[in-house]
Design a protein around this ligand. Structure first.
Ligand SMILES: Nc1ncnc2c1ncn2[C@@H]1O[C@H](COP(=O)(O)OP(=O)(O)OP(=O)(O)O)[C@@H](O)[C@H]1O
Ligand SMILES: [Mg+2]
Length: 453
Protein backbone atom coordinates (compact mmCIF):
# COMPACT_ATOMS: atom_id res chain seq x y z
CA UNK A 1 0.00 0.00 0.00
CA UNK A 2 1.35 3.38 -0.95
CA UNK A 3 1.43 6.04 1.73
CA UNK A 4 -0.21 9.34 1.05
CA UNK A 5 1.16 11.24 -1.92
CA UNK A 6 0.73 14.96 -2.43
CA UNK A 7 -0.59 16.10 -5.78
CA UNK A 8 -0.32 19.50 -7.38
CA UNK A 9 -2.24 20.50 -10.52
CA UNK A 10 -0.86 23.32 -12.62
CA UNK A 11 -3.27 25.46 -14.60
CA UNK A 12 -4.58 24.94 -17.24
CA UNK A 13 -5.25 21.25 -16.42
CA UNK A 14 -9.04 20.97 -17.01
CA UNK A 15 -11.25 20.09 -14.05
CA UNK A 16 -12.51 16.92 -15.76
CA UNK A 17 -8.91 15.68 -16.13
CA UNK A 18 -8.26 16.56 -12.51
CA UNK A 19 -11.20 14.48 -11.34
CA UNK A 20 -10.18 11.65 -13.65
CA UNK A 21 -6.61 11.54 -12.32
CA UNK A 22 -7.78 11.63 -8.71
CA UNK A 23 -10.34 8.89 -9.13
CA UNK A 24 -8.05 6.55 -11.11
CA UNK A 25 -5.23 6.98 -8.59
CA UNK A 26 -7.66 6.59 -5.70
CA UNK A 27 -8.87 3.26 -7.09
CA UNK A 28 -5.22 2.10 -7.21
CA UNK A 29 -4.62 2.79 -3.55
CA UNK A 30 -2.86 6.14 -3.89
CA UNK A 31 -4.18 8.54 -1.23
CA UNK A 32 -3.77 11.99 -2.72
CA UNK A 33 -3.20 14.97 -0.42
CA UNK A 34 -2.70 18.66 -1.25
CA UNK A 35 0.90 19.80 -1.72
CA UNK A 36 2.27 20.92 1.66
CA UNK A 37 3.89 24.34 2.03
CA UNK A 38 7.26 22.63 2.38
CA UNK A 39 6.89 19.64 0.07
CA UNK A 40 8.72 16.54 1.23
CA UNK A 41 8.39 12.78 0.76
CA UNK A 42 7.15 12.38 -2.77
CA UNK A 43 4.44 13.78 -4.92
CA UNK A 44 2.88 14.18 -8.31
CA UNK A 45 2.79 17.37 -10.31
CA UNK A 46 0.22 17.31 -13.09
CA UNK A 47 0.68 19.70 -16.01
CA UNK A 48 -0.29 20.24 -19.59
CA UNK A 49 2.27 22.92 -20.49
CA UNK A 50 5.78 23.85 -19.40
CA UNK A 51 6.74 27.42 -18.59
CA UNK A 52 9.16 29.14 -16.24
CA UNK A 53 6.73 29.09 -13.34
CA UNK A 54 6.25 25.34 -13.67
CA UNK A 55 10.01 24.78 -13.80
CA UNK A 56 10.60 27.01 -10.78
CA UNK A 57 7.95 25.16 -8.78
CA UNK A 58 9.39 21.77 -9.70
CA UNK A 59 12.85 23.03 -8.77
CA UNK A 60 11.60 24.12 -5.36
CA UNK A 61 9.54 21.01 -4.67
CA UNK A 62 12.26 18.62 -5.74
CA UNK A 63 14.72 20.07 -3.26
CA UNK A 64 13.28 17.89 -0.53
CA UNK A 65 10.76 15.72 -2.33
CA UNK A 66 10.88 13.19 -5.11
CA UNK A 67 8.67 14.63 -7.83
CA UNK A 68 6.96 12.62 -10.54
CA UNK A 69 5.37 14.61 -13.35
CA UNK A 70 2.15 13.50 -15.02
CA UNK A 71 1.98 15.11 -18.44
CA UNK A 72 -1.56 15.62 -19.66
CA UNK A 73 -1.59 15.89 -23.45
CA UNK A 74 2.10 14.92 -23.64
CA UNK A 75 2.06 15.25 -27.44
CA UNK A 76 1.99 19.02 -26.97
CA UNK A 77 5.24 19.02 -25.00
CA UNK A 78 8.39 19.29 -27.09
CA UNK A 79 11.39 17.07 -26.26
CA UNK A 80 13.39 20.10 -24.99
CA UNK A 81 10.51 20.92 -22.63
CA UNK A 82 10.45 17.34 -21.35
CA UNK A 83 14.22 17.37 -20.73
CA UNK A 84 13.85 20.72 -18.98
CA UNK A 85 11.41 19.08 -16.53
CA UNK A 86 14.01 16.47 -15.66
CA UNK A 87 16.76 19.08 -15.35
CA UNK A 88 14.54 21.04 -12.97
CA UNK A 89 14.48 17.97 -10.71
CA UNK A 90 11.56 15.78 -11.81
CA UNK A 91 12.34 12.09 -11.37
CA UNK A 92 10.29 11.11 -14.41
CA UNK A 93 7.59 12.35 -16.75
CA UNK A 94 4.70 9.94 -17.23
CA UNK A 95 2.14 10.53 -19.97
CA UNK A 96 -1.52 10.71 -19.02
CA UNK A 97 -4.04 9.31 -19.98
CA UNK A 98 -2.13 6.69 -21.96
CA UNK A 99 -1.83 4.69 -18.74
CA UNK A 100 -3.72 1.53 -18.03
CA UNK A 101 -6.79 2.48 -16.07
CA UNK A 102 -5.36 1.07 -12.82
CA UNK A 103 -2.58 3.70 -12.80
CA UNK A 104 -0.10 0.85 -12.40
CA UNK A 105 2.70 2.78 -14.09
CA UNK A 106 2.44 5.64 -11.64
CA UNK A 107 2.25 3.34 -8.64
CA UNK A 108 5.21 1.24 -9.78
CA UNK A 109 7.33 4.35 -10.22
CA UNK A 110 6.29 5.74 -6.86
CA UNK A 111 7.13 2.42 -5.19
CA UNK A 112 10.55 2.39 -6.83
CA UNK A 113 11.25 6.01 -5.93
CA UNK A 114 10.15 5.39 -2.38
CA UNK A 115 12.37 2.33 -1.96
CA UNK A 116 15.40 4.20 -3.27
CA UNK A 117 14.64 7.28 -1.21
CA UNK A 118 14.13 5.31 2.01
CA UNK A 119 17.52 3.66 1.58
CA UNK A 120 19.28 6.92 0.69
CA UNK A 121 17.91 8.39 3.93
CA UNK A 122 18.53 5.36 6.12
CA UNK A 123 21.25 5.48 8.80
CA UNK A 124 22.94 2.64 6.96
CA UNK A 125 23.83 5.15 4.26
CA UNK A 126 23.88 8.50 6.07
CA UNK A 127 26.15 7.26 8.89
CA UNK A 128 29.08 6.79 6.51
CA UNK A 129 28.24 8.74 3.36
CA UNK A 130 27.73 12.27 4.57
CA UNK A 131 26.18 15.02 2.47
CA UNK A 132 22.88 16.56 1.56
CA UNK A 133 23.78 18.59 -1.52
CA UNK A 134 21.81 18.04 -4.70
CA UNK A 135 24.90 16.61 -6.46
CA UNK A 136 25.62 14.12 -3.69
CA UNK A 137 22.00 13.05 -3.24
CA UNK A 138 21.62 12.54 -6.98
CA UNK A 139 24.69 10.29 -6.94
CA UNK A 140 23.40 8.31 -3.97
CA UNK A 141 19.99 7.81 -5.59
CA UNK A 142 21.64 6.51 -8.71
CA UNK A 143 24.02 4.23 -6.84
CA UNK A 144 21.31 2.83 -4.58
CA UNK A 145 19.08 2.11 -7.56
CA UNK A 146 21.92 0.37 -9.40
CA UNK A 147 22.92 -1.65 -6.36
CA UNK A 148 19.43 -2.92 -5.70
CA UNK A 149 17.77 -3.21 -9.08
CA UNK A 150 20.62 -4.29 -11.31
CA UNK A 151 23.46 -6.77 -11.26
CA UNK A 152 25.60 -5.30 -14.04
CA UNK A 153 29.13 -3.91 -13.78
CA UNK A 154 29.50 -0.40 -12.41
CA UNK A 155 32.31 2.04 -13.16
CA UNK A 156 32.87 4.84 -10.67
CA UNK A 157 34.78 7.82 -11.99
CA UNK A 158 35.83 10.89 -10.08
CA UNK A 159 38.80 12.84 -8.84
CA UNK A 160 41.01 11.53 -6.09
CA UNK A 161 39.49 11.72 -2.61
CA UNK A 162 35.87 12.10 -3.75
CA UNK A 163 34.58 8.90 -2.16
CA UNK A 164 34.87 6.31 -4.93
CA UNK A 165 35.82 3.54 -2.55
CA UNK A 166 33.00 4.44 -0.18
CA UNK A 167 30.56 4.19 -3.09
CA UNK A 168 31.98 0.80 -4.09
CA UNK A 169 31.49 -0.44 -0.51
CA UNK A 170 27.94 0.86 -0.51
CA UNK A 171 27.15 -1.07 -3.69
CA UNK A 172 28.49 -4.20 -2.06
CA UNK A 173 26.65 -3.60 1.23
CA UNK A 174 23.32 -3.10 -0.50
CA UNK A 175 23.68 -6.19 -2.66
CA UNK A 176 20.93 -8.48 -1.41
CA UNK A 177 22.11 -11.76 -2.96
CA UNK A 178 21.39 -14.73 -0.73
CA UNK A 179 24.63 -15.99 0.81
CA UNK A 180 26.58 -12.95 -0.41
CA UNK A 181 30.32 -13.23 0.18
CA UNK A 182 33.06 -10.64 0.64
CA UNK A 183 34.18 -7.65 -1.38
CA UNK A 184 37.68 -8.26 -2.74
CA UNK A 185 39.73 -5.16 -3.54
CA UNK A 186 42.46 -5.19 -6.16
CA UNK A 187 44.52 -2.01 -6.38
CA UNK A 188 45.48 -1.97 -10.04
CA UNK A 189 48.30 0.54 -9.40
CA UNK A 190 50.25 -2.21 -7.61
CA UNK A 191 49.70 -4.95 -10.19
CA UNK A 192 52.64 -5.64 -12.47
CA UNK A 193 52.51 -7.88 -15.56
CA UNK A 194 54.81 -10.38 -13.79
CA UNK A 195 52.60 -10.63 -10.73
CA UNK A 196 49.22 -10.27 -12.34
CA UNK A 197 48.63 -13.89 -13.32
CA UNK A 198 48.77 -15.07 -9.78
CA UNK A 199 47.04 -12.04 -8.25
CA UNK A 200 44.06 -12.25 -10.55
CA UNK A 201 43.84 -15.91 -11.54
CA UNK A 202 45.58 -17.75 -8.70
CA UNK A 203 48.06 -20.56 -9.36
CA UNK A 204 48.61 -24.26 -8.97
CA UNK A 205 51.32 -25.68 -6.76
CA UNK A 206 54.61 -25.69 -8.69
CA UNK A 207 53.24 -23.44 -11.45
CA UNK A 208 56.44 -21.40 -11.25
CA UNK A 209 59.55 -21.23 -9.13
CA UNK A 210 58.53 -20.39 -5.61
CA UNK A 211 54.91 -21.50 -5.98
CA UNK A 212 55.09 -23.86 -3.01
CA UNK A 213 51.35 -24.06 -2.57
CA UNK A 214 48.28 -23.57 -4.71
CA UNK A 215 46.72 -20.16 -4.20
CA UNK A 216 43.40 -18.56 -5.02
CA UNK A 217 43.48 -15.30 -6.95
CA UNK A 218 41.09 -12.36 -6.78
CA UNK A 219 38.58 -13.90 -9.21
CA UNK A 220 38.15 -16.99 -7.03
CA UNK A 221 38.06 -15.02 -3.78
CA UNK A 222 35.38 -12.70 -5.13
CA UNK A 223 33.10 -15.58 -6.17
CA UNK A 224 29.65 -14.90 -4.72
CA UNK A 225 30.67 -11.36 -3.72
CA UNK A 226 32.03 -8.20 -5.29
CA UNK A 227 35.31 -7.62 -7.10
CA UNK A 228 36.44 -4.02 -6.75
CA UNK A 229 39.10 -3.12 -9.31
CA UNK A 230 40.40 0.16 -7.93
CA UNK A 231 42.21 2.53 -10.32
CA UNK A 232 41.48 0.28 -13.26
CA UNK A 233 42.73 3.05 -15.58
CA UNK A 234 46.29 2.22 -14.45
CA UNK A 235 46.15 -1.35 -15.75
CA UNK A 236 48.80 -1.91 -18.46
CA UNK A 237 47.42 -3.00 -21.87
CA UNK A 238 48.53 -6.68 -21.65
CA UNK A 239 46.61 -7.04 -18.37
CA UNK A 240 43.56 -5.34 -19.85
CA UNK A 241 43.49 -8.07 -22.49
CA UNK A 242 43.74 -10.81 -19.85
CA UNK A 243 40.70 -9.52 -18.01
CA UNK A 244 38.34 -9.58 -20.96
CA UNK A 245 37.12 -13.16 -20.80
CA UNK A 246 36.63 -13.38 -17.07
CA UNK A 247 34.77 -10.09 -16.96
CA UNK A 248 32.51 -11.18 -19.80
CA UNK A 249 31.98 -14.88 -19.13
CA UNK A 250 33.11 -15.50 -15.56
CA UNK A 251 35.61 -18.12 -16.83
CA UNK A 252 39.36 -18.23 -16.19
CA UNK A 253 42.28 -20.64 -15.78
CA UNK A 254 44.68 -20.72 -12.84
CA UNK A 255 48.32 -20.26 -13.71
CA UNK A 256 49.73 -23.75 -14.31
CA UNK A 257 46.34 -25.34 -15.00
CA UNK A 258 44.33 -26.01 -18.11
CA UNK A 259 40.97 -26.43 -16.42
CA UNK A 260 38.41 -23.65 -16.71
CA UNK A 261 37.22 -22.27 -13.39
CA UNK A 262 33.93 -20.48 -12.97
CA UNK A 263 33.29 -17.47 -10.84
CA UNK A 264 30.37 -15.16 -10.34
CA UNK A 265 31.00 -11.74 -8.88
CA UNK A 266 29.62 -8.30 -9.19
CA UNK A 267 32.22 -6.10 -10.82
CA UNK A 268 32.76 -2.58 -9.54
CA UNK A 269 35.67 -0.58 -10.94
CA UNK A 270 36.93 2.89 -10.14
CA UNK A 271 39.25 5.36 -11.79
CA UNK A 272 40.24 8.98 -11.51
CA UNK A 273 41.10 8.98 -15.23
CA UNK A 274 38.90 9.93 -18.13
CA UNK A 275 38.61 6.48 -19.68
CA UNK A 276 36.66 7.81 -22.67
CA UNK A 277 39.79 9.80 -23.53
CA UNK A 278 41.87 6.68 -22.82
CA UNK A 279 39.79 4.73 -25.31
CA UNK A 280 40.10 7.54 -27.84
CA UNK A 281 43.91 7.71 -27.56
CA UNK A 282 44.28 3.92 -27.48
CA UNK A 283 45.68 3.61 -23.95
CA UNK A 284 42.58 1.79 -22.69
CA UNK A 285 40.96 -1.05 -24.62
CA UNK A 286 37.53 -0.16 -25.91
CA UNK A 287 36.24 -3.74 -25.52
CA UNK A 288 37.24 -3.82 -21.84
CA UNK A 289 35.78 -0.38 -21.29
CA UNK A 290 32.35 -1.43 -22.54
CA UNK A 291 32.43 -4.53 -20.34
CA UNK A 292 33.30 -2.73 -17.12
CA UNK A 293 31.15 0.33 -17.75
CA UNK A 294 27.65 -1.18 -17.73
CA UNK A 295 26.70 1.86 -15.68
CA UNK A 296 28.88 4.84 -14.94
CA UNK A 297 28.63 6.98 -11.81
CA UNK A 298 30.67 10.09 -11.24
CA UNK A 299 31.57 11.23 -7.74
CA UNK A 300 31.39 15.05 -7.63
CA UNK A 301 34.37 17.17 -6.64
CA UNK A 302 34.05 18.78 -3.22
CA UNK A 303 33.91 22.13 -5.05
CA UNK A 304 30.63 20.97 -6.62
CA UNK A 305 29.15 20.21 -3.20
CA UNK A 306 30.41 23.07 -1.05
CA UNK A 307 27.25 23.00 1.03
CA UNK A 308 28.39 19.62 2.40
CA UNK A 309 31.70 20.93 3.76
CA UNK A 310 30.48 21.71 7.28
CA UNK A 311 28.51 18.47 7.64
CA UNK A 312 31.55 16.50 6.50
CA UNK A 313 33.80 18.48 8.85
CA UNK A 314 31.47 17.74 11.79
CA UNK A 315 31.42 14.07 10.81
CA UNK A 316 35.21 13.88 10.79
CA UNK A 317 35.50 15.84 14.03
CA UNK A 318 33.16 13.41 15.77
CA UNK A 319 35.25 10.54 14.49
CA UNK A 320 38.54 11.75 15.97
CA UNK A 321 39.32 10.38 19.39
CA UNK A 322 40.14 12.40 22.42
CA UNK A 323 38.29 14.98 24.47
CA UNK A 324 40.47 17.76 23.03
CA UNK A 325 39.10 17.50 19.51
CA UNK A 326 36.70 20.34 20.28
CA UNK A 327 32.96 20.60 19.86
CA UNK A 328 31.99 22.18 16.60
CA UNK A 329 33.67 25.11 14.84
CA UNK A 330 33.09 28.76 15.53
CA UNK A 331 31.81 31.04 12.78
CA UNK A 332 35.16 32.29 11.39
CA UNK A 333 36.44 28.70 11.23
CA UNK A 334 33.26 27.66 9.41
CA UNK A 335 33.88 30.47 6.90
CA UNK A 336 37.50 29.40 6.55
CA UNK A 337 36.47 25.78 5.91
CA UNK A 338 33.84 26.76 3.35
CA UNK A 339 35.97 29.20 1.38
CA UNK A 340 39.19 27.17 1.35
CA UNK A 341 39.96 25.25 -1.85
CA UNK A 342 40.25 21.44 -1.71
CA UNK A 343 42.22 20.03 -4.65
CA UNK A 344 42.38 16.72 -2.72
CA UNK A 345 38.60 16.81 -2.20
CA UNK A 346 37.03 15.14 0.85
CA UNK A 347 40.27 13.43 1.83
CA UNK A 348 41.92 16.85 2.06
CA UNK A 349 39.05 18.22 4.14
CA UNK A 350 39.47 15.26 6.48
CA UNK A 351 43.16 16.09 6.85
CA UNK A 352 42.41 19.76 7.55
CA UNK A 353 39.88 18.84 10.24
CA UNK A 354 42.40 16.47 11.73
CA UNK A 355 44.99 19.30 12.06
CA UNK A 356 42.41 21.58 13.64
CA UNK A 357 41.30 18.94 16.12
CA UNK A 358 44.85 18.06 17.06
CA UNK A 359 45.82 21.68 17.64
CA UNK A 360 42.74 22.39 19.71
CA UNK A 361 42.90 22.21 23.48
CA UNK A 362 40.00 21.94 25.90
CA UNK A 363 36.31 21.73 25.25
CA UNK A 364 34.30 24.21 23.17
CA UNK A 365 34.37 25.00 19.49
CA UNK A 366 37.49 25.13 17.37
CA UNK A 367 38.64 28.73 16.86
CA UNK A 368 40.79 30.39 14.18
CA UNK A 369 43.93 30.17 16.31
CA UNK A 370 43.72 26.43 15.74
CA UNK A 371 44.33 26.95 12.02
CA UNK A 372 48.04 26.22 11.48
CA UNK A 373 50.16 29.25 10.45
CA UNK A 374 51.00 28.03 6.97
CA UNK A 375 47.34 27.34 6.35
CA UNK A 376 46.05 30.82 7.07
CA UNK A 377 44.62 32.89 4.22
CA UNK A 378 47.34 35.12 2.72
CA UNK A 379 45.35 38.20 1.90
CA UNK A 380 43.73 39.62 4.99
CA UNK A 381 43.94 43.24 3.84
CA UNK A 382 41.18 45.27 5.49
CA UNK A 383 40.74 47.29 2.28
CA UNK A 384 39.18 44.30 0.57
CA UNK A 385 35.50 44.96 0.69
CA UNK A 386 33.28 42.33 2.29
CA UNK A 387 31.14 41.58 -0.74
CA UNK A 388 34.17 40.99 -2.91
CA UNK A 389 35.66 38.63 -0.36
CA UNK A 390 32.47 36.57 -0.35
CA UNK A 391 32.51 36.26 -4.11
CA UNK A 392 36.13 35.32 -4.14
CA UNK A 393 35.78 31.55 -3.70
CA UNK A 394 33.14 31.25 -6.41
CA UNK A 395 35.12 33.44 -8.80
CA UNK A 396 38.24 31.38 -8.19
CA UNK A 397 36.34 28.22 -9.01
CA UNK A 398 34.87 29.76 -12.16
CA UNK A 399 38.35 30.79 -13.31
CA UNK A 400 39.61 27.27 -12.57
CA UNK A 401 36.78 25.91 -14.70
CA UNK A 402 38.05 28.07 -17.57
CA UNK A 403 35.14 30.55 -17.66
CA UNK A 404 35.72 34.02 -19.09
CA UNK A 405 34.62 37.33 -17.59
CA UNK A 406 31.41 37.45 -19.62
CA UNK A 407 30.37 33.93 -18.62
CA UNK A 408 31.22 34.61 -14.97
CA UNK A 409 29.05 37.73 -15.03
CA UNK A 410 26.18 35.86 -16.66
CA UNK A 411 26.43 32.95 -14.25
CA UNK A 412 26.41 35.32 -11.25
CA UNK A 413 23.35 37.14 -12.61
CA UNK A 414 21.47 33.91 -13.37
CA UNK A 415 22.30 32.56 -9.96
CA UNK A 416 21.11 35.73 -8.17
CA UNK A 417 17.83 35.71 -10.13
CA UNK A 418 17.26 32.06 -9.37
CA UNK A 419 17.93 32.52 -5.67
CA UNK A 420 15.73 35.60 -5.38
CA UNK A 421 12.83 33.77 -7.05
CA UNK A 422 13.30 30.79 -4.80
CA UNK A 423 13.46 32.96 -1.69
CA UNK A 424 10.26 34.68 -2.76
CA UNK A 425 8.70 31.28 -3.47
CA UNK A 426 8.18 31.96 -7.14
CA UNK A 427 6.74 35.48 -6.79
CA UNK A 428 8.45 37.36 -9.62
CA UNK A 429 7.30 40.79 -8.50
CA UNK A 430 8.83 40.43 -5.05
CA UNK A 431 11.95 38.85 -6.53
CA UNK A 432 12.33 41.89 -8.84
CA UNK A 433 11.95 44.23 -5.86
CA UNK A 434 14.67 42.40 -3.96
CA UNK A 435 17.01 42.59 -6.90
CA UNK A 436 16.29 46.27 -7.43
CA UNK A 437 15.01 45.87 -11.00
CA UNK A 438 11.62 46.27 -12.61
CA UNK A 439 9.34 43.28 -13.19
CA UNK A 440 9.84 43.75 -16.90
CA UNK A 441 13.64 43.77 -16.61
CA UNK A 442 13.49 40.53 -14.63
CA UNK A 443 11.22 38.91 -17.19
CA UNK A 444 13.54 39.97 -20.02
CA UNK A 445 16.55 38.56 -18.23
CA UNK A 446 14.76 35.26 -17.70
CA UNK A 447 13.68 35.12 -21.31
CA UNK A 448 17.31 35.62 -22.35
CA UNK A 449 18.41 32.86 -20.01
CA UNK A 450 15.91 30.37 -21.35
CA UNK A 451 15.50 30.98 -25.04
CA UNK A 452 13.79 27.60 -25.33
CA UNK A 453 10.51 28.58 -23.69
N1 LIG B 1 30.52 11.62 1.44
C1 LIG B 1 31.46 11.25 2.30
N2 LIG B 1 31.12 11.10 3.59
C2 LIG B 1 32.08 10.77 4.50
N3 LIG B 1 33.37 10.56 4.21
C3 LIG B 1 33.74 10.69 2.95
C4 LIG B 1 32.80 11.04 1.90
N4 LIG B 1 33.46 11.07 0.74
C5 LIG B 1 34.73 10.76 1.00
N5 LIG B 1 34.92 10.53 2.33
C6 LIG B 1 36.19 10.21 3.01
O1 LIG B 1 37.24 10.78 2.23
C7 LIG B 1 38.34 9.89 2.13
C8 LIG B 1 38.54 9.52 0.66
O2 LIG B 1 37.47 8.69 0.21
P1 LIG B 1 37.73 7.49 -0.80
O3 LIG B 1 38.96 6.74 -0.42
O4 LIG B 1 36.47 6.71 -0.92
O5 LIG B 1 38.01 8.34 -2.11
P2 LIG B 1 38.57 7.88 -3.54
O6 LIG B 1 37.75 8.62 -4.52
O7 LIG B 1 38.59 6.39 -3.60
O8 LIG B 1 40.02 8.48 -3.53
P3 LIG B 1 41.32 7.97 -4.36
O9 LIG B 1 41.04 8.22 -5.80
O10 LIG B 1 42.38 8.88 -3.85
O11 LIG B 1 41.52 6.54 -4.02
C9 LIG B 1 38.00 8.70 3.00
O12 LIG B 1 38.53 8.95 4.29
C10 LIG B 1 36.49 8.72 3.06
O13 LIG B 1 36.03 8.12 4.22
MG1 LIG C 1 40.23 5.05 -3.88
Amino acid sequence: MLPSVWIHFFDPVPVAVRDGVLSVLGRSGVRPAPMPAEPDAYGLMVLSAVDDRVLDDIRLASRHAVVLVLAVAPGRLSPPALWALLRAGAADVVPWPTLPADAGQVCARLERLRTVRDIVESPRVTRTLVGNSAAWRALLRRVVELAIFSRGPVLITGESGTGKELIARLIHDLDCRVGKREMVIVDCTTITPELSGSEFFGHERGAFTGAMNARDGAFALADGGTLFLDEIGELPPPLQAQLLRVVQEGKYKRVGSNAWQHTNFRLVSATHRDLDAGVADGSFRADLYYRIAGSVCRTPRLAERKEDVLALAAHFQAGFDGADGGEGFDEPVCQYLITRGYPGNVRELRRVVSWLCHRHAGSGPITIGDVPEDERPLDTSPSRNGVQARFEAAAREAIDLGLGLKEIGQAATECAIQLAIEQERGNLHRAALRLGVTDRALQLRRAQQRPMH
